[in-house]
Structure formats: C-alpha cells, structure tokens
Ligand binder design. Structure first.
Ligand code: NAD
Length: 386
C-alpha cells in the first residue's frame, strides 16, 4: 500500500518566522493578498505588524478581521465578498484554526463558486487560490493540513472538508505568536494537538511517514503542555508545543483522525464547546473503549513514559487510560455536565450527534469501529465522566 502525502510547499519554522511574510509572498509571486484574521489579532497588534511588513515591501493587501470561533458559512461569505471587492489573488490567514479555516474556505469558493456544503466530505477539494497560513495557536495544525472545518449556518452541522486544494502553499510557524495565549486556550489547543497525534498513530490509515511525526509530536506535547500552561512565557515549552502542533497536523492530515474527532465535531457545533476541549472531554473514555483493538496504544503508553518498557501490554493500556484521565484533571477539563450543557439537550441530541459523527467518516478509521448505537452509548458514558 502506498501512502499519499501532502504538505505545504514552503515552511518557515521558528521564532520570528512570521516576519518572512513579504519574502514568502514574493517567492510565490502573490501580488495582492487578503489578510484573514479575527478581532483579537487586531487588538493585540499582530495584524498591524504584518501590514507594516507588507507596506515596507510595497505589497498591497486587503483585510477581513471578523473571523469567528468555529467558523460559519456566514462568516466565510462575508470574507469572500471582501476578497472579490479587492480583486485579491491569495489569502493570508493569521490566527487559530478558525481564521485559517475561514481563509481556506474563501480560497476554495473564490475559485469554484457555489456553497461550502458542496465541498464537504466525501467531496474532494482539488484546487483553490493560494493559501498562506500563520498560526497563533499550537493547535489545530491547520497550517499544514488538507482539511477545513466549517459550520453550516443553516443546519448547524460542523462540516469536514478535505482535499489538497485546502493545503496552504506556505506556512509561517512562529511560536512567538503563541506567547500571548492564556492558560485555558493553551490547554485546549494543546489537547487538540495531542488528540491529532494519538489518533493519527492509531488510525487504520497510519503509515510510516505519519507514524514518525505522530510519535515525535505526542511525546513533545505530553512533556510540555502542563509547563506551557503554568509558564506562558516559557519559550522552550512554547516552541516545542508549536512545532509539535504542526507535526501533529501533518500526521493526521495524511493518516486521518478517528473516533475522538468524529464525535467531537457535533459537540462543538451543537453546544459551542471550544474544539480542543470537546476532544479532551472524549479522550480518556474513547481511548478506554478502543485500546483493546490495537497494540499501538501500548506503544503510545511506553513512548509517553506513562508505562515502563517491562510492562505487559494489558498493564500499559490501563496506565495509558489512567494517565489521560490524570492529564484531564491537571488541565481542568470538565465533563459535558460540568461544562454546563443542559442534560435534556444533550440526551435529546445523541442520535443526531451519532449520525453526524458517522457521516464525517472519521470513526471508520478507528481501530475499533463503532455502530451508531455504540456511539450513542459512548456519548452517554462521557456525559458525567470526570
Ligand atoms: P480559534 O482559532 O477558534 O481561536 C480561539 C480564540 O483564541 C479566539 O478568540 C482567538 O482570537 C484566540 N487566540 C488565537 N490565538 C491567540 C493567541 N496567540 N493569544 C491569545 N488569544 C489567541 O482556536 P483554534 O483552537 O486554533 O481553532 C479551532 C477551530 O479549528 C475549530 O473550528 C476546529 O474545528 C478547527 N480545526 C481545524 C483543523 C484543520 O485541520 N483545518 C484541525 C483541527 C481543528
């Protein structure tokens, strides 16, 4: 079996990498990009720094700074209108996964027209305007994935869109932009990356290329996530988390996510739980349900140092689940009940969530493949799981 790998054409990684935007645009012969970002990036001065860089280089640009968390088709349409008004030839995304995915959707619709729901899986996005991504969370890895997640404003479905047309041509991975992340955001986005790497490694579509990225990323995240939360200015921890997030993105984008992400998207769409947090709510229980189906989970336990080399697989698996429960406790991940989701609403939505999870295709890559009934049972179990 061959592995089909897609990656950005240009990657600049390290402190100050975002200062290479003008050079990157010149290298790609992009003449007039639309900068796509959210209000926080304006208020903290990150956007202005990019604009100044482009002014100095004589590169004209426009901006759309109204991205919303868990981007909607409505926000995408507004950004698309800005792109068309300015006659822009590319998009530059500055922000977390929400800004990057908004920019990706705009780049697709600018070229193809139509509605974003036409591009949700199993459709395949083959082309778009050039996308340059500058991530500010460590995080989704969207800067290096052929994936975008857009919520349909009409149906509230969090749509998974995939294809090489969604891969940024360039990514500027600058950990210095993450130094401003507060405790909760650091924890949530770091847990998202941890899920990406774990899911990529156990995925039925894992391959030797993604394995090495996934293992490297998960160890780095597990070692640094508590530190990055407690010491937001710790450059070593921030740098490790940022690199790992990009590696985890590369891994899952080329191996797929599995059941955790499949079940997480509906929680985000219906109850507006931040993406990393809804993954984290599921992480220990879904892992506990899946571990018996793949010896790879035991490798993960040993690789993270949660289990000893001498431990039998069964012991290692138990330690892995306990270790993930402990991590959730340390990072104060609430259960859906503790998060404040209304019980009636949660239990009234289980079948819909299970169907949306299955429709995304992600659960089919899990080592243990669930039926709709089993997914409903898992959502029930997770409701109160600490
Ligand atoms: P986000 O982009 O939604 O941002 C969350 C909040 O954090 C925003 O208010 C933002 O302004 C703020 N923020 C971002 N960077 C900051 C910084 N450096 N300092 C302080 N505040 C900052 O968060 P996210 O978790 O990066 O993205 C989540 C979205 O990405 C979800 O919609 C999710 O489904 C999607 N996602 C996409 C992929 C992909 O491959 N395309 C993968 C995983 C998740």
């Amino acid at each position: 079996m061959t592995a089909n790998i897609n990656l950005p054409r240009i990657l600049h990684i390290g402190g100050g990498a975002s200062q290479l935007l003008a050079k990157t645009l010149a290298d790609l012969e992009i003449a007039n990009p639309l900068l796509v970002t959210d209000p926080f990036m304006v208020s903290c001065g990150y956007l202005e720094r990019l604009e100044q860089q482009l002014r100095e280089a004589g590169i004209p640009c426009g901006k759309f700074a109204d991205c919303v968390p868990d981007p909607t088709t409505e926000a995408v349409d507004q950004a698309l209108a800005a792109l068309r008004r300015g006659g822009h030839d590319a998009v530059v995304a500055l922000g977390g996964g929400s800004s990057i995915d908004t920019a990706k959707a705009v780049a697709v619709l600018a070229l193809h027209g139509g509605a974003m729901r036409n591009f949700k899986t199993p459709a395949v996005v083959t082309s778009s305007l050039p996308i340059v991504a500058i991530p500010t969370t460590a995080g989704t890895g969207s800067e290096a994935t052929r994936v975008a997640v857009i919520t349909d404003t009409e149906t509230e479905e969090k749509m998974l869109c995939m294809g090489v047309g969604l891969m940024p041509v360039a990514a500027l991975v600058d950990f210095e932009l993450t130094l401003s992340m507060p405790w909760r955001l650091t924890a949530d986005t770091g847990l998202d990356s941890l899920c990406h790497s774990l899911e990529a490694y156990v995925s039925r579509r894992a391959n030797p290329f993604t394995d090495s990225l996934a293992l490297t990323a998960m160890a780095s995240i597990y070692r640094n996530i508590r530190l990055a939360c407690e010491q937001p200015e710790n450059r070593t921890a921030r740098e490790a988390m940022m690199l790992a997030a990009t590696q985890a993105g590369m891994a899952f984008s080329n191996a797929s996510v599995t059941l955790i992400h499949g079940m997480s998207r509906p929680i985000g769409a219906l109850f507006h739980v931040p993406h990393g947090l809804s993954n984290a709510m599921l992480l220990p229980e879904i892992t506990a349900w899946s571990v018996g189906a793949s010896p790879r989970y035991a490798t993960v336990a040993r690789h993270l140092g949660i289990a000893d080399e001498a431990d039998q697989n069964e012991v290692a698996l138990g330690k892995l689940v306990d270790g993930l429960r402990q991590l959730n406790q340390d990072l104060q991940v609430p259960s859906p009940a503790d998060y404040g989701i209304e019980k009636r609403q949660w239990f009234g939505s289980l079948e819909l969530m299970a169907q949306q999870a299955l429709d995304s295709g992600s659960p089919a890559n899990n080592p243990r493949i669930p039926s709709a009934v089993e997914i409903v049972e898992l959502y029930t179990r997770v409701w109160n799981a600490a």
